[in-house]
Design a protein around this ligand. Structure first.
Ligand code: DAT
Ligand code: MG
Length: 140
């Protein structure tokens, strides 16, 4: 069984999309292992997006992910990472297919509603950042 870390970003929360996003994952057979609403602070945002430091959009990205409460979840199912990424859709909502979360709910970069881990290594790193000390989450 594989796991993924999902974030309904502040823009998604502000637009009232928490239930809709979680429903899409549940309908696709994901089990919710952790679920938490929290304000992501700048230090955590910088670590979460460390691989993007130096990009021209980095500051705007930090602003978007810290501008209000977010909902952070750990979800589980077979092939969780790939299936979640497919449900979420392309990074830029302009490119995201209809039927995907980003394709259906749009937004303008960097406000694309939802985050999903892009690999098992990323999941382990992100689970350690958002749920430190929760060693059960690292059993994969
Ligand atoms: P993804 O979230 O699809 O994994 P990513 O990891 O490349 O995409 O980038 C992380 C976030 O950064 C992305 O969800 C939105 C923002 N972002 C990416 N490319 C951007 C760009 N060209 N302009 C503004 N924001 C961007
Ligand atoms: Mg990414």
């Amino acid at each position: 069984m594989e796991r993924t870390l999902i974030i309904v970003k502040p823009d998604g929360v502000a637009r009232g999309l928490v239930g809709t996003v979680l429903e899409r994952f549940e309908r696709r057979g994901f089990r919710i292992l952790r679920l938490e609403m929290r304000q992501i602070d700048r230090a955590l945002a910088e670590q979460h997006y460390a691989h993007l430091a130096g990009k021209p959009f980095f500051e705007g990205l930090l602003e978007a992910i810290t501008e209000g409460p977010a909902v952070v979840a750990v979800l589980e199912r077979e092939n969780a990472i790939k299936i979640a990424r497919n449900l979420i859709g392309a990074t830029n909502p302009v490119d995201a297919a209809a039927g995907t979360i980003r394709g259906d709910f749009g937004g303008e970069l960097p406000r694309n509603v939802v985050h999903g881990s892009d690999s098992v290594e990323s999941y382990l790193r992100e689970a350690g950042l958002f749920f430190p000390g929760d060693r059960d989450l690292l059993q994969i």
